[in-house]
Design a protein around this ligand. Structure first.
Ligand SMILES: NC(=O)c1ccc[n+]([C@@H]2O[C@H](COP(=O)([O-])OP(=O)(O)OC[C@H]3O[C@@H](n4cnc5c(N)ncnc54)[C@H](OP(=O)(O)O)[C@@H]3O)[C@@H](O)[C@H]2O)c1
Length: 209
């Protein structure tokens, strides 16, 4: 399989990339990003501008796409900038992939994704899911984690404190409230891409706890 990973430099994306590079069913990985994702004989990691993706971009003829792009409101600086990264970029990648004949798309969404949510974040995730569903992918999977666990390069105090509380209470918490380790999420993303089963599928946070 030839696989495209968007967001391969992120917490979840790095795990997906490592697993994909070590999986013999994956013969090539394209990992476009605003910075290169690494060096490996199977990897092509072009630096791109997601605001101006070129239709002729080499490497877009892939069997499946895994998208782990995303930011936080704090990092983005505004709702508009957040929307661009979490909504516009995944959909730009999806459109380009469809144009080049890709039939399978796997999205890292979020538990609570819902177009009619009271919360902006979950509304955006819901919108992305809805728009992807209208694009005609043969296989579409929404992986919906709750709080993602793992080591980050940048501080995220709110996520860290919530993660600590969840870690302490882990045995008492229902599965839907537990931390989803980035590695487990990556497993499910890659599994969905490799299987590329026809239809629309959802993997819940409970399944990754
Ligand atoms: N944090 C949570 O607990 C949580 C819970 C549920 C769902 N999610 C969702 O899960 C997904 C993956 O999360 P994560 O924690 O792995 O994300 P992450 O570590 O922040 O990585 C995000 C990826 O998106 C890229 N990106 C961010 N802003 C960009 C920009 N302006 N232009 C181009 N690329 C940009 C990053 O590239 P750089 O490396 O260049 O920055 C990185 O590759 C996200 O969609 C997030 O919303 C997160």
């Amino acid at each position: 399989m030839k696989l495209l990973i968007a967001g391969a430099t992120g917490l979840v994306g790095r795990h997906v990339l490592e697993k994909a590079l070590h999986d013999e069913r994956v013969r090539a990985v394209i990992a476009p990003g605003r910075q290169a994702a690494g060096i490996h004989p199977k990897l092509f990691s072009p630096v791109v501008d997601f605001d101006n993706l070129l239709v002729g971009e080499s490497g877009w003829q892939v069997d499946a796409v895994i998208c782990t792009l995303g930011t936080t409101m704090k990092k983005a600086g505004s709702k508009e900038a957040f929307y661009r990264v979490d909504h516009d970029y995944p959909l730009a990648v999806a459109r380009l992939a469809r144009k080049h004949g890709t039939s399978s798309f796997v999205l890292t969404s979020a538990a609570g994704a819902d177009v009619s949510s009271r919360f902006f974040y979950y509304r955006v995730k819901g919108e992305v899911e809805r728009e992807l569903a209208s694009m005609g992918f043969e296989s579409l999977t929404f992986i919906r984690p709750g709080l993602i666990g793992g080591r980050r390069d940048e501080p995220r105090p709110l996520e860290t404190s919530l993660g600590l509380v969840k870690k302490i209470l882990h045995p008492l918490l229902p599965k839907s409230w537990r931390i989803n380790p980035a590695e487990k999420i990556a497993d499910r993303l890659l599994k969905a891409a490799l299987a590329s089963k026809a239809g629309t599928h959802v993997v819940t946070s409970e399944e990754m706890a």
